[in-house]
Design a binder for this molecule. Structure first.
Ligand SMILES: [Mg+2]
Ligand SMILES: [Zn+2]
Length: 182
């Protein structure tokens, strides 16, 4: 049975954790969005896992390799550590949009794989992103809530209309505060 399952915050990376940089792959250009460390600490205080789920088609496009991507993740960890914060796992899709893989958001593959690997109940979990595809992935995975942030591409996303089922918040910290407000 499922009484031992955990819950998670599924987090898009670019525009949610770090400032949006087109096809970010350089640690030196990796800048945290304000409040992210506090948000991650709150996620952990509530016993939730923080799982990054990120589309990285720049790998398929030959713009950078997996080692460069991992160096960005190491830089994010280093920046977070300065504020005593961390994330638990990263799932990435290296495929191009044309591959029709099961992992690239808006498909829920990365969330479902993390749920399987880490023992997460999506129905108690939430997704935070800056694009409509993030909302769709969270909903297809069966998340309890999906938050659209105004950071990153969030404002541009909203100009095309609020994605269905999305709760609009300023940033990751606001999403976390809303989810745990009760
Ligand atoms: Mg994003
Ligand atoms: Zn993929």
């Amino acid at each position: 049975m499922s009484q031992m399952l955990k819950a998670a915050a599924f987090l898009d990376r670019d525009g949610v954790i770090n400032e949006e940089v087109h096809y970010l792959h350089e640690p030196a250009k990796t800048v945290l969005i304000p409040g992210v460390a506090e948000a991650l600490n709150k996620i952990h205080e509530h016993g939730y896992l923080a799982v990054i789920v990120t589309n990285q088609s720049g790998i398929a496009r030959g713009m950078y390799g997996e080692p460069e991507m991992h160096s960005v993740h190491a830089k994010i960890k280093e920046l977070l550590a300065a504020d005593g914060a961390d994330f638990d796992a990263v799932y990435f899709c290296p495929h191009p949009p044309t591959a029709e893989c099961s992992c690239r958001k808006p498909k829920p593959g990365m969330l479902l794989q993390a749920a399987k690997d880490l023992g997460i109940d999506p129905a108690r979990s939430f997704m935070v992103g800056d694009r409509a595809g993030d909302m769709e992935a969270g909903q297809q995975a069966g998340c309890k809530a999906t938050y659209l942030v105004r950071t990153g591409y969030g404002q541009q996303t909203l100009e095309k209309g609020t994605p269905q089922g999305a709760v609009v918040v300023d940033d990751l910290l606001a999403a976390v505060n809303d989810f745990f407000k009760d």
